[in-house]
Structures are given as structure tokens and as C-alpha cells.
Ligand binder design. Structure first.
Ligand code: VGL
Ligand code: ZN
Length: 190
């Protein structure tokens, strides 16, 4: 871990519905929490801003099966399933990004339909350190958009887990990110 001025930590969708017992559970999804807590502590020590995105759907969201979408209802605004994992130690001043709030549009990327890029530029962020859920959906889409937006992207591979609807989707997502110019990083034990 070597966070410095110009970096930001972006924690993607570490919400109850993506953790074991949730509506759209990612296998071992909760395993990212203690790892991300170490990164949060490092960010606080170094004065690096922390951003946290959340999937924040209205009850009739287009991605839900009853509307022909691929997913069971999940991360419905204001529900326990949409809340951040209770052990995630977000700083008091973490910037929260709510996404996919329009009933008729989905976005896996935390940049889609949000002002995240502007907020990062306003904070003079150049390097983004990304972890969270799910590796093959929102982390993938967010990392690829961040690269397109001109940020240097580091994905913390041990701080993310994949849905793997088909085996290998998570690994393929990391390879796509690497191919697009992202750097894959592992948390270094200290
Ligand atoms: C996500 C599936 C549906 C995610 C969100 O946060 O990765 N995956 N909605
Ligand atoms: Zn969703």
C-alpha cells in the first residue's frame, strides 16, 4: 500500500445484497471487507479521499427479472440489502456515489449517469485504486470507464470477488482491464 497525494480509493458496491445471504450474493463477497478496511485506514493516514459507489435501484428497476432483466430484485433504495456491509469502515467524509437510480436505465459503471468523474477531477485525483463488487460487473465497468476518463487505474485484485455466472468471467474481466491499461495490484502485507 503506497497511497499518496493525487490518489483516491474507490470502493465499488460493497452492499449487503452482494454479500453471502443477500439477494444477488457474490461468492465470498464479504471477504473484501477486511482488506478494504486496511486500504481505508491507509487512505485516512495519508489524506487520500475515499469514494464509495452503491447500486441504488428503485423497486421497479429495468434490470429486475419482472421487467425482463437478468437479475432478481437487489439493492432497492433504502432497504437493508442496499446498505453498505456493516463492517465496512467508511470514513465519515467518504463521498457516496449512487448509481442506476433511473427505473428505465441500468449502469454497472459508477461513472454512468453520475458526476463521479467531475468529483474526482475537482479533488485533483490522477490515480484511482479500485476494489469491491462484483469483479465481472461493476468493478469491471467502472475500471474500464475510469481508464477512458483518463485516470490511471489500479485494481486491488484481492479486494474484489466475481459473480462468475460462467466460470472464468472474473479472470477475464481482470484481463480486459489490464489490456486497456489498468494495473492489477495485490495488497502487500506489512
Ligand atoms: C452489480 C449486477 C447487478 C454489481 C450490480 O454491482 O456488480 N451486478 N447490479
Ligand atoms: Zn444492479
Amino acid at each position: 500500500m503506497a497511497l499518496k497525494t493525487g490518489d483516491a480509493l474507490l470502493i465499488v458496491d460493497v452492499q449487503n445484497d452482494f454479500c453471502p445471504g443477500g439477494a444477488l450474493a457474490v461468492p465470498e463477497g464479504d471477504a473484501v471487507v477486511p482488506i478494504l478496511n486496511r486500504w481505508i485506514a491507509e487512505a485516512e493516514d495519508t489524506g487520500v479521499p475515499v469514494f464509495a459507489s452503491r447500486d441504488w435501484h428503485p423497486p421497479n428497476h429495468i434490470s429486475f427479472k419482472e421487467r425482463g432483466g437478468p437479475w432478481p430484485p437487489h439493492c432497492v433504495q433504502g432497504t437493508e440489502g442496499a446498505a453498505f456491509h456493516q463492517d465496512l469502515k467508511l470514513p465519515r467524509d467518504a463521498q457516496i456515489i449512487s448509481k442506476a437510480t433511473d427505473p428505465n436505465a441500468d449502469s454497472y459503471s459508477a461513472f454512468g449517469g453520475t458526476n463521479l468523474a467531475d468529483r474526482l477531477r475537482r479533488a485533483h485525483v490522477k490515480h484511482l485504486w479500485i476494489g469491491g463488487l462484483a469483479q465481472d460487473y461493476c468493478v469491471r465497468a467502472t475500471a474500464l470507464d475510469a481508464i477512458r476518463e483518463g485516470f490511471a487505474v489500479h485494481v486491488i485484485t484481492d479486494a474484489t470477488r466475481a459473480v462468475n455466472v460462467k466460470p472464468g468471467h472474473g479472470d477475464r474481466a481482470l484481463e480486459e482491464i489490464r489490456h486497456a491499461g489498468g494495473v492489477l495490484e495485490e495488497t502487500v502485507q506489512r
